[in-house]
Design a protein around this ligand. Sequence first.
Ligand code: AMP
Ligand code: GLY
Length: 444
Amino acid sequence: MPPSRRVLVVGSGGREHALVWKLIQDGAEVLVAPGNAGTASIAENVPIAATDIPGLLDVARRRGVDLTVVGPEVPLVAGIVDEFTAAGLRIFGPTKRAAQIEGSKSFCKQILHRGDVPTAMFREFRTPAQAREYIEVREDIPVVVKADGLAAGKGVFVCDDRAAALAAIEALAADPLLAAASGNILIEERLDGIEVSVLAITDGRTIVTLPPLQDHKAAHDDDAGPNTGGMGAYCPTPFVDEPLLAEIEARILVPTVHAMRRAKVPFQGVLYAGLMLTAQGPKVLEFNARFGDPECEPLLLRMESSLLELLDATVDRTLETCQPPRWRDGAAVSVVMASEGYPGPVSKGQPIRGLEAAGRLPNVQVFHAATRLADGAVVADGGRVLAVTALGSSLARAKLQAYTAVKEIRWAGAWCRKDISDKGLRRERELLAAEVASEEPAAS
Ligand code: AMP
Ligand code: GLY
Protein backbone atom coordinates (compact mmCIF):
# COMPACT_ATOMS: atom_id res chain seq x y z
CA MET A 1 0.00 0.00 0.00
CA PRO A 2 1.36 3.45 -0.86
CA PRO A 3 1.30 5.91 2.07
CA SER A 4 -2.15 7.51 2.17
CA ARG A 5 -2.65 11.07 1.05
CA ARG A 6 -3.79 13.65 3.59
CA VAL A 7 -6.68 15.77 2.36
CA LEU A 8 -8.49 18.63 4.13
CA VAL A 9 -12.17 19.18 3.23
CA VAL A 10 -13.55 22.61 4.15
CA GLY A 11 -17.22 22.88 5.16
CA SER A 12 -19.87 21.17 7.28
CA GLY A 13 -22.81 20.19 5.04
CA GLY A 14 -24.12 17.16 3.19
CA ARG A 15 -21.91 18.03 0.23
CA GLU A 16 -18.82 17.90 2.44
CA HIS A 17 -19.87 14.62 4.08
CA ALA A 18 -20.26 13.12 0.59
CA LEU A 19 -16.84 14.49 -0.47
CA VAL A 20 -15.20 13.05 2.65
CA TRP A 21 -16.90 9.66 2.15
CA LYS A 22 -15.75 9.47 -1.47
CA LEU A 23 -12.18 10.69 -0.85
CA ILE A 24 -11.74 8.05 1.87
CA GLN A 25 -12.78 5.38 -0.65
CA ASP A 26 -10.22 6.83 -3.05
CA GLY A 27 -7.53 6.11 -0.45
CA ALA A 28 -7.15 9.49 1.27
CA GLU A 29 -6.81 10.18 4.95
CA VAL A 30 -9.24 13.05 5.53
CA LEU A 31 -9.46 16.00 7.90
CA VAL A 32 -12.66 18.10 7.87
CA ALA A 33 -13.07 21.69 9.05
CA PRO A 34 -15.39 21.97 10.83
CA GLY A 35 -17.42 18.92 9.68
CA ASN A 36 -20.48 17.45 11.43
CA ALA A 37 -21.44 14.31 13.35
CA GLY A 38 -21.48 12.29 10.11
CA THR A 39 -17.96 13.27 9.07
CA ALA A 40 -16.74 12.66 12.65
CA SER A 41 -17.74 9.01 12.31
CA ILE A 42 -15.47 8.43 9.28
CA ALA A 43 -12.78 11.15 9.42
CA GLU A 44 -11.17 13.64 11.79
CA ASN A 45 -13.09 16.86 12.44
CA VAL A 46 -11.00 19.92 13.27
CA PRO A 47 -12.92 22.71 14.98
CA ILE A 48 -12.12 25.54 12.56
CA ALA A 49 -14.83 27.49 10.73
CA ALA A 50 -14.96 27.28 6.92
CA THR A 51 -14.48 31.06 6.79
CA ASP A 52 -11.41 31.17 9.10
CA ILE A 53 -8.77 31.23 6.35
CA PRO A 54 -5.73 31.83 8.66
CA GLY A 55 -6.92 28.97 10.90
CA LEU A 56 -7.32 26.65 7.91
CA LEU A 57 -3.89 27.60 6.54
CA ASP A 58 -2.36 26.88 9.91
CA VAL A 59 -3.93 23.42 10.20
CA ALA A 60 -3.02 22.52 6.60
CA ARG A 61 0.62 23.41 7.31
CA ARG A 62 0.85 21.78 10.71
CA ARG A 63 -0.83 18.55 9.63
CA GLY A 64 1.04 18.12 6.36
CA VAL A 65 -2.10 18.36 4.22
CA ASP A 66 -1.26 17.98 0.55
CA LEU A 67 -4.63 18.81 -0.97
CA THR A 68 -7.41 21.06 0.36
CA VAL A 69 -10.90 20.79 -1.15
CA VAL A 70 -13.30 23.68 -0.55
CA GLY A 71 -17.04 22.94 -0.36
CA PRO A 72 -18.89 26.25 0.14
CA GLU A 73 -18.77 29.46 -1.87
CA VAL A 74 -18.10 31.94 0.93
CA PRO A 75 -14.40 31.05 1.51
CA LEU A 76 -13.86 30.84 -2.28
CA VAL A 77 -15.26 34.33 -2.83
CA ALA A 78 -13.17 35.52 0.14
CA GLY A 79 -9.97 34.30 -1.57
CA ILE A 80 -9.01 31.07 0.24
CA VAL A 81 -7.49 29.64 -2.96
CA ASP A 82 -5.26 32.70 -3.50
CA GLU A 83 -4.00 32.55 0.09
CA PHE A 84 -3.27 28.81 0.06
CA THR A 85 -1.54 29.07 -3.32
CA ALA A 86 0.57 32.03 -2.14
CA ALA A 87 1.61 29.88 0.85
CA GLY A 88 2.69 27.07 -1.51
CA LEU A 89 -0.21 24.76 -0.60
CA ARG A 90 -2.27 22.76 -3.12
CA ILE A 91 -5.98 23.59 -3.11
CA PHE A 92 -8.95 22.66 -5.32
CA GLY A 93 -11.21 25.58 -6.28
CA PRO A 94 -11.28 28.85 -8.21
CA THR A 95 -9.35 31.98 -7.24
CA LYS A 96 -11.12 34.92 -5.66
CA ARG A 97 -11.46 36.65 -9.04
CA ALA A 98 -12.70 33.53 -10.82
CA ALA A 99 -15.21 32.80 -8.01
CA GLN A 100 -16.87 36.09 -9.00
CA ILE A 101 -18.73 34.00 -11.58
CA GLU A 102 -20.87 33.04 -8.56
CA GLY A 103 -20.09 36.00 -6.28
CA SER A 104 -21.24 38.69 -8.70
CA LYS A 105 -24.18 38.23 -11.05
CA SER A 106 -22.99 41.30 -12.94
CA PHE A 107 -19.54 39.73 -13.54
CA CYS A 108 -21.25 36.49 -14.58
CA LYS A 109 -23.35 38.33 -17.18
CA GLN A 110 -20.21 40.03 -18.56
CA ILE A 111 -18.51 36.66 -19.05
CA LEU A 112 -21.64 35.17 -20.64
CA HIS A 113 -21.78 38.15 -23.01
CA ARG A 114 -18.12 37.73 -23.99
CA GLY A 115 -18.63 34.03 -24.63
CA ASP A 116 -21.92 34.58 -26.47
CA VAL A 117 -23.54 32.12 -24.06
CA PRO A 118 -27.37 32.03 -24.01
CA THR A 119 -28.90 33.60 -20.86
CA ALA A 120 -31.84 35.82 -19.84
CA MET A 121 -31.78 39.41 -21.15
CA PHE A 122 -31.09 41.81 -18.31
CA ARG A 123 -30.52 45.41 -17.24
CA GLU A 124 -28.40 46.54 -14.32
CA PHE A 125 -29.08 49.47 -11.98
CA ARG A 126 -26.87 51.27 -9.49
CA THR A 127 -29.69 52.45 -7.23
CA PRO A 128 -33.13 51.16 -6.18
CA ALA A 129 -34.61 54.42 -7.52
CA GLN A 130 -33.33 53.71 -11.04
CA ALA A 131 -34.58 50.11 -10.86
CA ARG A 132 -38.01 51.37 -9.73
CA GLU A 133 -38.22 53.91 -12.58
CA TYR A 134 -37.41 51.18 -15.08
CA ILE A 135 -40.08 48.81 -13.71
CA GLU A 136 -42.72 51.58 -13.87
CA VAL A 137 -42.28 51.79 -17.66
CA ARG A 138 -41.22 48.26 -18.65
CA GLU A 139 -43.91 46.52 -20.67
CA ASP A 140 -42.76 42.92 -20.60
CA ILE A 141 -43.50 42.05 -16.97
CA PRO A 142 -42.82 38.69 -15.60
CA VAL A 143 -39.32 39.66 -14.40
CA VAL A 144 -36.71 38.44 -11.96
CA VAL A 145 -35.16 40.95 -9.57
CA LYS A 146 -31.70 40.01 -8.28
CA ALA A 147 -29.10 41.40 -5.92
CA ASP A 148 -25.67 41.45 -7.56
CA GLY A 149 -23.68 39.76 -4.78
CA LEU A 150 -23.79 36.60 -2.64
CA ALA A 151 -26.99 36.55 -0.61
CA ALA A 152 -27.31 32.92 0.55
CA GLY A 153 -30.26 32.31 -1.79
CA LYS A 154 -32.19 35.33 -0.47
CA GLY A 155 -31.36 37.79 -3.24
CA VAL A 156 -33.58 36.49 -6.08
CA PHE A 157 -37.27 37.39 -6.54
CA VAL A 158 -39.32 35.89 -9.38
CA CYS A 159 -42.09 38.47 -9.96
CA ASP A 160 -45.34 37.92 -11.88
CA ASP A 161 -46.47 41.54 -11.91
CA ARG A 162 -45.29 45.13 -11.49
CA ALA A 163 -46.34 45.35 -7.84
CA ALA A 164 -44.31 42.27 -6.96
CA ALA A 165 -41.28 43.66 -8.80
CA LEU A 166 -41.54 46.98 -6.94
CA ALA A 167 -41.89 45.11 -3.64
CA ALA A 168 -38.78 43.08 -4.47
CA ILE A 169 -36.77 46.24 -5.13
CA GLU A 170 -38.00 47.64 -1.80
CA ALA A 171 -36.97 44.41 -0.05
CA LEU A 172 -33.48 44.63 -1.56
CA ALA A 173 -33.16 48.30 -0.62
CA ALA A 174 -34.36 47.70 2.94
CA ASP A 175 -32.20 44.67 3.80
CA PRO A 176 -28.78 45.89 4.98
CA LEU A 177 -27.21 42.50 4.26
CA LEU A 178 -28.52 42.51 0.71
CA ALA A 179 -27.66 46.16 0.17
CA ALA A 180 -24.09 45.40 1.27
CA ALA A 181 -23.96 42.21 -0.79
CA SER A 182 -25.32 43.77 -3.91
CA GLY A 183 -24.75 47.42 -4.54
CA ASN A 184 -26.31 46.90 -7.93
CA ILE A 185 -29.70 45.43 -8.79
CA LEU A 186 -30.26 43.29 -11.87
CA ILE A 187 -33.64 42.95 -13.55
CA GLU A 188 -33.98 40.17 -16.07
CA GLU A 189 -36.63 38.51 -18.17
CA ARG A 190 -38.25 35.49 -16.60
CA LEU A 191 -37.35 32.29 -18.40
CA ASP A 192 -39.88 29.48 -18.55
CA GLY A 193 -39.06 25.80 -18.74
CA ILE A 194 -37.52 22.96 -16.77
CA GLU A 195 -34.60 23.74 -14.46
CA VAL A 196 -31.58 21.40 -14.42
CA SER A 197 -28.03 21.47 -13.05
CA VAL A 198 -24.99 20.53 -15.12
CA LEU A 199 -21.65 20.49 -13.32
CA ALA A 200 -18.21 20.26 -14.87
CA ILE A 201 -14.72 19.97 -13.45
CA THR A 202 -12.20 22.12 -15.30
CA ASP A 203 -8.54 23.04 -14.94
CA GLY A 204 -9.09 26.13 -17.04
CA ARG A 205 -8.50 24.36 -20.36
CA THR A 206 -9.92 20.84 -20.31
CA ILE A 207 -13.55 20.32 -19.26
CA VAL A 208 -14.94 17.12 -17.73
CA THR A 209 -18.73 17.32 -17.83
CA LEU A 210 -20.52 15.33 -15.13
CA PRO A 211 -23.93 13.61 -15.48
CA PRO A 212 -26.90 16.03 -15.41
CA LEU A 213 -29.00 16.47 -12.28
CA GLN A 214 -32.18 18.08 -11.09
CA ASP A 215 -32.50 19.89 -7.77
CA HIS A 216 -35.77 20.76 -6.00
CA LYS A 217 -35.48 24.33 -4.73
CA ALA A 218 -39.02 24.96 -3.47
CA ALA A 219 -39.78 23.84 0.09
CA HIS A 220 -42.92 21.80 -0.59
CA ASP A 221 -44.25 19.13 -2.95
CA ASP A 222 -45.17 20.18 -6.50
CA ASP A 223 -42.64 23.02 -6.23
CA ALA A 224 -44.86 25.03 -3.87
CA GLY A 225 -43.66 27.22 -1.01
CA PRO A 226 -40.59 29.34 -0.41
CA ASN A 227 -37.18 28.93 -2.05
CA THR A 228 -34.64 26.82 -0.13
CA GLY A 229 -31.04 25.68 -0.55
CA GLY A 230 -32.41 22.52 -2.21
CA MET A 231 -34.74 19.83 -0.79
CA GLY A 232 -33.46 16.91 -2.85
CA ALA A 233 -31.75 15.97 -6.09
CA TYR A 234 -31.38 13.03 -8.43
CA CYS A 235 -28.87 11.92 -11.04
CA PRO A 236 -29.01 11.52 -13.99
CA THR A 237 -32.05 13.51 -15.08
CA PRO A 238 -33.85 12.27 -18.23
CA PHE A 239 -34.53 15.90 -19.20
CA VAL A 240 -30.95 16.05 -20.52
CA ASP A 241 -30.12 13.31 -23.03
CA GLU A 242 -26.70 12.80 -24.63
CA PRO A 243 -27.24 15.23 -27.55
CA LEU A 244 -28.54 17.95 -25.22
CA LEU A 245 -25.61 17.41 -22.84
CA ALA A 246 -23.25 17.76 -25.80
CA GLU A 247 -25.02 20.99 -26.78
CA ILE A 248 -24.77 22.35 -23.21
CA GLU A 249 -21.06 21.54 -23.23
CA ALA A 250 -20.46 23.15 -26.63
CA ARG A 251 -22.66 26.23 -26.27
CA ILE A 252 -22.39 26.95 -22.55
CA LEU A 253 -19.54 25.28 -20.67
CA VAL A 254 -16.75 25.49 -23.25
CA PRO A 255 -17.40 29.14 -24.25
CA THR A 256 -17.63 30.16 -20.57
CA VAL A 257 -14.32 28.53 -19.67
CA HIS A 258 -12.70 30.08 -22.75
CA ALA A 259 -14.19 33.52 -22.06
CA MET A 260 -12.77 33.40 -18.54
CA ARG A 261 -9.33 32.45 -19.83
CA ARG A 262 -9.43 35.23 -22.44
CA ALA A 263 -10.49 37.69 -19.71
CA LYS A 264 -7.36 36.58 -17.80
CA VAL A 265 -9.49 35.08 -15.03
CA PRO A 266 -8.91 31.38 -15.69
CA PHE A 267 -11.33 29.10 -13.81
CA GLN A 268 -10.15 25.96 -12.03
CA GLY A 269 -12.55 23.87 -9.99
CA VAL A 270 -16.22 22.95 -10.31
CA LEU A 271 -18.21 25.08 -12.71
CA TYR A 272 -21.86 24.50 -11.91
CA ALA A 273 -24.39 25.72 -14.47
CA GLY A 274 -27.95 26.32 -13.27
CA LEU A 275 -29.88 26.05 -16.52
CA MET A 276 -33.40 26.62 -17.78
CA LEU A 277 -34.38 24.35 -20.65
CA THR A 278 -36.48 26.84 -22.62
CA ALA A 279 -38.34 26.48 -25.93
CA GLN A 280 -35.30 28.27 -27.45
CA GLY A 281 -32.84 25.81 -25.93
CA PRO A 282 -30.80 25.74 -22.71
CA LYS A 283 -30.08 29.12 -21.09
CA VAL A 284 -27.94 29.98 -18.05
CA LEU A 285 -29.79 31.09 -14.90
CA GLU A 286 -26.63 31.27 -12.82
CA PHE A 287 -23.18 29.83 -12.40
CA ASN A 288 -21.84 28.49 -9.13
CA ALA A 289 -18.15 28.01 -8.45
CA ARG A 290 -18.41 24.76 -6.42
CA PHE A 291 -20.26 21.46 -6.12
CA GLY A 292 -24.01 21.90 -5.53
CA ASP A 293 -25.63 20.81 -2.32
CA PRO A 294 -27.57 18.44 -2.43
CA GLU A 295 -26.46 17.70 -6.05
CA CYS A 296 -23.06 16.47 -4.87
CA GLU A 297 -24.56 13.64 -2.81
CA PRO A 298 -26.31 11.60 -5.58
CA LEU A 299 -23.51 12.48 -7.99
CA LEU A 300 -20.77 11.02 -5.80
CA LEU A 301 -22.84 7.96 -4.91
CA ARG A 302 -22.82 7.14 -8.63
CA MET A 303 -19.13 7.89 -9.17
CA GLU A 304 -17.15 4.69 -9.60
CA SER A 305 -13.69 6.02 -10.57
CA SER A 306 -11.45 8.14 -8.37
CA LEU A 307 -12.55 11.67 -7.50
CA LEU A 308 -9.18 12.31 -5.87
CA GLU A 309 -7.44 11.71 -9.18
CA LEU A 310 -9.68 14.29 -10.91
CA LEU A 311 -9.17 16.87 -8.18
CA ASP A 312 -5.39 16.35 -8.27
CA ALA A 313 -5.31 16.68 -12.05
CA THR A 314 -7.34 19.90 -11.85
CA VAL A 315 -4.89 21.44 -9.39
CA ASP A 316 -1.91 20.25 -11.48
CA ARG A 317 -3.62 21.32 -14.75
CA THR A 318 -3.26 17.85 -16.25
CA LEU A 319 -6.96 17.01 -16.71
CA GLU A 320 -6.25 16.45 -20.40
CA THR A 321 -4.34 13.28 -19.53
CA CYS A 322 -7.05 11.85 -17.20
CA GLN A 323 -9.40 9.03 -18.16
CA PRO A 324 -13.04 10.21 -18.17
CA PRO A 325 -14.78 9.34 -14.88
CA ARG A 326 -16.85 6.13 -14.72
CA TRP A 327 -20.38 6.10 -13.27
CA ARG A 328 -22.45 3.32 -11.73
CA ASP A 329 -25.42 2.30 -13.86
CA GLY A 330 -28.88 3.34 -12.82
CA ALA A 331 -29.70 6.41 -10.78
CA ALA A 332 -29.24 7.99 -7.36
CA VAL A 333 -31.79 10.01 -5.39
CA SER A 334 -31.09 12.22 -2.38
CA VAL A 335 -33.94 13.34 -0.11
CA VAL A 336 -33.24 16.19 2.31
CA MET A 337 -34.75 15.81 5.78
CA ALA A 338 -35.25 19.22 7.38
CA SER A 339 -36.10 20.68 10.76
CA GLU A 340 -39.46 22.19 11.56
CA GLY A 341 -39.57 25.81 10.41
CA TYR A 342 -36.96 25.56 7.63
CA PRO A 343 -36.27 27.71 5.55
CA GLY A 344 -37.22 30.09 8.39
CA PRO A 345 -35.70 29.94 11.88
CA VAL A 346 -35.45 26.44 13.39
CA SER A 347 -34.84 25.07 16.85
CA LYS A 348 -31.83 22.78 17.27
CA GLY A 349 -30.69 19.96 19.50
CA GLN A 350 -33.36 17.27 18.90
CA PRO A 351 -31.85 13.77 19.09
CA ILE A 352 -32.11 11.86 15.78
CA ARG A 353 -33.20 8.23 15.92
CA GLY A 354 -32.96 5.46 13.36
CA LEU A 355 -29.72 6.53 11.64
CA GLU A 356 -28.14 3.10 12.05
CA ALA A 357 -31.16 1.19 10.76
CA ALA A 358 -31.34 3.50 7.72
CA GLY A 359 -27.61 3.21 7.06
CA ARG A 360 -27.78 -0.61 7.12
CA LEU A 361 -30.19 -0.69 4.15
CA PRO A 362 -28.48 -1.77 0.93
CA ASN A 363 -27.31 0.99 -1.44
CA VAL A 364 -28.09 3.76 1.07
CA GLN A 365 -25.82 6.49 2.42
CA VAL A 366 -27.16 8.90 4.99
CA PHE A 367 -25.12 12.06 4.52
CA HIS A 368 -25.30 14.51 7.42
CA ALA A 369 -25.98 18.13 6.48
CA ALA A 370 -26.41 19.83 9.87
CA THR A 371 -25.78 17.57 12.84
CA ARG A 372 -23.51 17.50 15.85
CA LEU A 373 -22.69 15.14 18.68
CA ALA A 374 -24.14 15.96 22.09
CA ASP A 375 -23.20 13.52 24.89
CA GLY A 376 -22.53 10.84 22.31
CA ALA A 377 -25.91 11.29 20.58
CA VAL A 378 -26.41 12.73 17.09
CA VAL A 379 -28.64 15.83 17.25
CA ALA A 380 -30.13 18.16 14.62
CA ASP A 381 -28.11 21.35 14.27
CA GLY A 382 -29.72 23.43 11.54
CA GLY A 383 -32.33 23.63 8.79
CA ARG A 384 -31.32 20.97 6.28
CA VAL A 385 -30.24 18.16 8.62
CA LEU A 386 -29.70 15.01 6.51
CA ALA A 387 -29.42 14.11 2.82
CA VAL A 388 -30.68 10.52 2.66
CA THR A 389 -29.24 9.16 -0.55
CA ALA A 390 -29.79 5.85 -2.37
CA LEU A 391 -28.59 4.17 -5.51
CA GLY A 392 -30.85 1.98 -7.67
CA SER A 393 -30.82 0.17 -10.97
CA SER A 394 -33.53 2.62 -12.09
CA LEU A 395 -34.73 6.03 -10.93
CA ALA A 396 -37.91 4.45 -9.52
CA ARG A 397 -35.89 1.95 -7.46
CA ALA A 398 -33.49 4.62 -6.20
CA LYS A 399 -36.44 6.77 -5.10
CA LEU A 400 -38.12 3.83 -3.34
CA GLN A 401 -34.94 2.95 -1.48
CA ALA A 402 -34.24 6.57 -0.45
CA TYR A 403 -37.74 6.92 1.02
CA THR A 404 -37.49 3.49 2.69
CA ALA A 405 -34.44 4.86 4.50
CA VAL A 406 -36.21 8.14 5.31
CA LYS A 407 -38.98 6.16 7.05
CA GLU A 408 -36.44 4.68 9.47
CA ILE A 409 -35.30 8.13 10.67
CA ARG A 410 -37.16 10.40 13.04
CA TRP A 411 -36.78 13.39 15.32
CA ALA A 412 -39.26 15.92 16.66
CA GLY A 413 -40.40 18.16 13.79
CA ALA A 414 -38.55 16.31 10.98
CA TRP A 415 -40.05 16.62 7.48
CA CYS A 416 -39.13 16.18 3.84
CA ARG A 417 -40.60 16.56 0.37
CA LYS A 418 -42.33 13.36 -0.77
CA ASP A 419 -41.90 13.93 -4.51
CA ILE A 420 -38.14 14.08 -5.05
CA SER A 421 -37.40 12.78 -8.60
CA ASP A 422 -41.11 12.65 -9.64
CA LYS A 423 -40.62 15.08 -12.53
CA GLY A 424 -37.91 12.76 -13.83
CA LEU A 425 -40.14 9.69 -13.43
CA ARG A 426 -42.94 11.41 -15.37
CA ARG A 427 -40.47 12.37 -18.07
CA GLU A 428 -39.29 8.73 -18.31
CA ARG A 429 -42.89 7.60 -18.80
CA GLU A 430 -43.48 10.22 -21.51
CA LEU A 431 -40.32 9.17 -23.34
CA LEU A 432 -41.35 5.52 -23.10
CA ALA A 433 -44.87 6.29 -24.38
CA ALA A 434 -43.41 8.22 -27.32
CA GLU A 435 -41.05 5.34 -28.09
CA VAL A 436 -43.88 2.78 -28.04
CA ALA A 437 -46.11 5.03 -30.18
CA SER A 438 -43.40 5.38 -32.80
CA GLU A 439 -42.83 1.64 -33.13
CA GLU A 440 -44.02 0.01 -36.34
CA PRO A 441 -47.33 -1.77 -35.81
CA ALA A 442 -46.84 -5.54 -35.89
CA ALA A 443 -47.83 -7.11 -39.22
CA SER A 444 -51.13 -8.93 -38.83
P1 AMP B 1 -30.17 32.18 -9.12
O1 AMP B 1 -29.55 32.33 -7.75
O2 AMP B 1 -29.86 33.28 -10.05
O3 AMP B 1 -30.02 30.83 -9.71
O4 AMP B 1 -31.73 32.19 -8.84
C1 AMP B 1 -32.34 31.29 -7.92
C2 AMP B 1 -33.56 30.66 -8.53
O5 AMP B 1 -34.44 31.67 -9.05
C3 AMP B 1 -33.24 29.79 -9.74
O6 AMP B 1 -32.90 28.50 -9.33
C4 AMP B 1 -34.53 29.84 -10.52
O7 AMP B 1 -35.48 28.94 -10.01
C5 AMP B 1 -35.03 31.24 -10.27
N1 AMP B 1 -34.60 32.15 -11.36
C6 AMP B 1 -33.48 32.88 -11.42
N2 AMP B 1 -33.41 33.59 -12.57
C7 AMP B 1 -34.51 33.29 -13.27
C8 AMP B 1 -35.04 33.69 -14.54
N3 AMP B 1 -34.42 34.56 -15.33
N4 AMP B 1 -36.23 33.17 -14.93
C9 AMP B 1 -36.90 32.29 -14.16
N5 AMP B 1 -36.46 31.87 -12.95
C10 AMP B 1 -35.29 32.37 -12.49
N1 GLY C 1 -28.49 23.13 -4.75
C1 GLY C 1 -28.24 24.45 -5.16
C2 GLY C 1 -26.91 24.95 -4.82
O1 GLY C 1 -26.03 24.24 -4.36
O2 GLY C 1 -26.66 26.12 -5.04
